[in-house]
Design a protein. Structure first.
Length: 290
């Protein structure tokens, strides 16, 4: 991703893509003192920009550092970098991290940085998989307890187990992995939240040790607007056989249907497809000022 034309917003200025670099002794690289966001721009408007920028600020605070830019400045910088690259539809990746002023676990003297990149990113799982529905492995790595790591932070360090799980799934021919939490309850996929359909209602795990995704909350709102009951609760893997359908939600993944989880099979279509269409209409239909 480092060798292309375009611009990346970096600590207050637009830098040519190939020059948006950091030093090898950056604290974040050694000790995972980095937090990031992921959002999509549709028809020139970033969906839920405020919420993403706010979560970025909160994620950094949970790791003990303050981003030296205000919410308004981060929003403006996001729009600026999208415009500078000439995009109307793209994925946006803000990242904040501790710099290279100090080595060792302690990082009080490091300078916080912020960069925002954007690029074209089609269907997260690819168009072919999207049509058939995803096949998920059950990961052997588990989401940590909230007393083990700051699980409400979109912290780079927490993605180590996601990459491990995703690679293990891919090695077995799966598209992604379902991760259980430390109790053995169903948690989420490696970069998206999970929903299940049963008897006309939606069931989704309570987000008490993983991200309460912005897409997740949006889809809950869309379901309720359709009069669909949404039940947030602890879900155990043994229950998989009782669910008729399943899908996942995320800013990159949007609403993606699931065809298989381990030994269990699901119907692709119905309520999940309807909510995917509702989500697509919502993110594309909004006005610039909404
Ligand atoms: N869980 C994980 C691990 C994720 O990476 C994401 C994507 N940010 C989500 C859930 C969904 O969050 P959102 O809908 O806010 O993108």
């Amino acid at each position: 991703y480092d060798d292309r034309d375009g611009f990346i917003w970096f600590d207050g200025a637009l830098r040519p893509w190939r020059e948006a670099n950091v030093h090898i002794l950056t604290h974040a690289m050694h000790y995972a003192s980095a937090v990031f966001e992921g959002q999509r721009c549709y028809n020139g408007t970033v969906f839920a920009l405020e919420q993403h920028s706010q979560r970025l600020i909160e994620s950094a605070r949970l790791l003990g550092f303050e981003i030296p830019w205000s919410l308004e400045q981060i929003n403006a910088a996001t729009n600026e970098v999208i415009a500078a690259n000439g995009f109307t539809d793209c994925y946006v990746r803000p990242i904040a991290w501790r710099g290279s002023e100090q080595m060792g676990v302690a990082a009080q003297r490091t300078k916080p940085h912020l960069a925002i990149a954007c690029w074209h990113w089609g269907a997260y799982f690819g168009d072919e998989v999207l049509a058939k529905g995803l096949r998920l492995d059950i990961a052997s790595w588990r989401r940590p307890a909230p007393y083990t790591a700051p699980t409400r932070s979109k912290a780079a360090g927490l993605y180590m187990i996601c990459t491990l799980s995703k690679h293990a799934a891919a090695d077995k021919g799966y598209d992604d992995a379902l991760m259980l939490d430390w109790r053995g309850q169903v948690a989420e996929a490696t970069g998206a939240n999970l929903f299940f359909v049963k008897d006309g209602a939606l069931h989704t795990p309570t987000p008490d040790c993983f991200l309460d995704g912005i897409t997740r909350r949006t889809v809950i709102g869309l379901a309720k607007a359709r009069g669909i009951e949404v039940i947030e609760r602890a879900i155990w893997p043994e229950e998989m056989s009782s669910f008729e359908a399943a899908f996942l939600t995320g800013s990159a993944a949007e609403v993606t249907q699931i065809a298989e989880i381990g030994p269990w099979r699901f119907t692709v279509g119905g309520m999940g497809k309807q909510l995917a269409a509702d989500y697509a209409a919502l993110v594309r239909g909004q006005s610039r000022n909404s």
